[in-house]
Design a protein around this ligand. Structure first.
Ligand SMILES: C[S@@+](CC[C@H](N)C(=O)[O-])C[C@H]1O[C@@H](n2cnc3c(N)ncnc32)[C@H](O)[C@@H]1O
Length: 485
């Protein structure tokens, strides 16, 4: 198949990690199983880059990924073999034809009948109507009674300018041309539009210009899968909910908690008006792709504040000054937030001290109301985690990273950290990362870098101190970005 050449590898995101899916489901009162003891199915799993880090973290859980792309499944299975994982299989198959006997034939030591989690990311909006329908049928058939499914789709009206641009770009395509030529034509048209729209100041031109800029930066595989994909379709939340209803599935919420929750929202509105409220939020704060949670049985929506007691909490906010009880904190994207009580300032300072490791609320001396902590979660001042993830907040003598992250970095330009996120490394950071193996100390890493430079006749003894400092800085950076075990 022509498209086999253009694998779509999406970057990891906490949004579709079991840790977050679990916490949001629990907060809405769903009794889903802990990620560390669960069964997980992913439809359209590609190379398994989403499932493999979870299979490493949760040794007692089972992971099945299905994709019809032979080359992606082969690559994923090679990685699984290299890592020696026995709790994950990737099947090359059209998921609409999936049967439980497919798993049994693979000798996986499990008696799975239904799954606690079913993930489908980057599929629903990007396949034909029949496959879309069959995907929901598979979810209906195999999602556990208390299970939760994560589905992403491109959402109207957030994608209105994306769709418009796709229409413009498809208009000039010649269907007799090869895929390579079509990609080239898209790039030429994007350049033309970028120039043409340069001076456009109307709201319409500005929005289109922004979308042209966004798309121009993306890979060829994105152009093939989203722009040139004639099956591509976006949905309003309402349309999506109608499709869910037809399939006998139930809408839980968006994975961005704030779309369904606000501290002042009345409890009764959560029950009767929830879906309308989220549609309304979509109109005011449009977003292109929605990641949503879906259940297989109906439920009574209600906020379960006590669930927070069992969560692990972290916060990326950094203290930036203050007087008296007032404390100012900065978020990673540079926004400042002021907290005006000692309890709040102490809470965020404690989380900062533990960063990147999450800690249990009951292990912090915290007198804040749980509803306030939930409000912080909805505003993304804090993150909730289900389990005590195995990563470090202290720099060991011989630091360790995940073997899978190293495999990813050897094959591409990013790797997944222990929070299921990623940071793009520069060349120096990549070199240092590859030298971390749980045995090399800081000095060993420095010496290896010097050796490499000497081999290329690029070493000058004058840069020794600078290089040493860079290595230390880089290891600290890996620690802070949750890459160290
Ligand atoms: C845009 S990619 C997303 C891949 C992956 N979920 C990710 O987020 O990186 C869509 C994937 O769905 C797979 N796919 C589409 N229709 C399928 C079907 N009927 N059965 C199995 N896989 C399918 C494609 O092969 C492709 O790998």
């Amino acid at each position: 198949m022509e498209y086999e050449k253009y694998h779509f590898i999406s970057k990891p995101s906490l949004e579709r990690h079991l840790e977050k899916i679990f916490c949001i489901s629990k907060l809405w009162g769903i009794d889903v199983k802990l990620p560390s003891n669960s069964s997980v199915l992913e439809l359209g799993a590609g190379t398994g880059d989403n499932l493999i880090p979870m299979a490493i973290s949760y040794k007692d859980s089972f992971f099945i990924g299905i994709d019809k792309s032979k080359s992606q499944i082969e690559r994923g299975n090679e990685n699984i073999k290299k890592l020696g994982l026995g709790n994950i299989i990737l099947l090359e198959k059209d998921f609409s034809k999936f049967k439980l006997s497919d798993i049994k034939s693979k000798n996986l030591n499990t008696k799975i009948k239904t799954f606690d989690y079913i993930i489908m990311h980057g599929v629903y909006s990007w396949v034909g109507d029949k496959v879309r329908e069959s995907a929901l049928k598979i979810i209906k058939k195999y999602l556990n009674k208390n299970g939760v499914s994560y589905i992403s789709f491109n959402c109207y009206p957030g994608c209105i300018f994306r769709n418009l641009l796709i229409k413009i770009l498809l208009k000039t395509q010649d269907n007799t041309k090869s895929l390579e030529n079509k990609i080239k034509k898209v790039r030429e048209d994007l350049n033309f539009l970028q120039e043409y729209l340069q001076d456009g100041n109307s709201p319409y031109a500005s929005s289109l210009k922004q979308e042209v800029e966004n798309i121009s930066k993306l890979s060829d595989s994105f152009i093939v899968n989203e722009i040139l994909n004639l099956d591509y379709k976006s949905f309003s939340l309402e349309d999506f909910l109608n499709n869910l209803k037809r399939a006998g599935l139930f809408y839980l919420s968006d994975t961005s908690f704030i779309r369904g929750f606000s501290e002042n929202r009345k409890e009764e509105n959560l029950k009767s008006n929830f879906e309308n409220y989220e549609s309304y939020i979509d109109l005011m704060f449009p977003k292109i792709t929605r990641g949503v949670l879906v259940t297989n049985t109906s439920f009574q929506r209600k906020i379960n504040l006590d669930a927070i007691d069992d969560f692990y909490i972290s916060s990326p906010l950094v203290f930036s000054g203050g007087t008296g009880n007032i404390g100012e904190f900065k978020s990673p994207n540079g926004h400042s937030f002021e907290f005006e009580t000692k309890a709040e300032v102490d809470f965020f300072k404690t989380l900062e001290k533990n960063w990147p490791k999450p800690i249990k609320l009951k292990d912090i001396e915290c007198i804040l109301r749980k509803k306030r902590v939930l409000d912080y979660f909805s505003k993304e001042f804090v993150n909730f985690f289900a389990t005590n993830l195995n990563f470090s907040n202290q720099l060991e003598n011989s630091p360790k990273v995940s073997n899978f992250a190293k495999i990813q970095l050897n094959n591409g330009d990013f790797c997944t950290n222990f929070r299921n996120e990623y940071v793009i490394f520069n060349d120096f950071q990549k070199e240092v990362f590859k030298l971390i193996d749980g045995k090399n100390t800081k000095d060993d890493i420095l010496n290896r870098l010097i050796e490499n430079l000497k081999n290329q006749n690029k070493y000058d003894v004058k840069v020794y101190d600078e290089l040493k400092e860079e290595v230390e800085k880089t290891l600290k950076f890996f620690l802070e970005t949750a890459y160290l075990k």
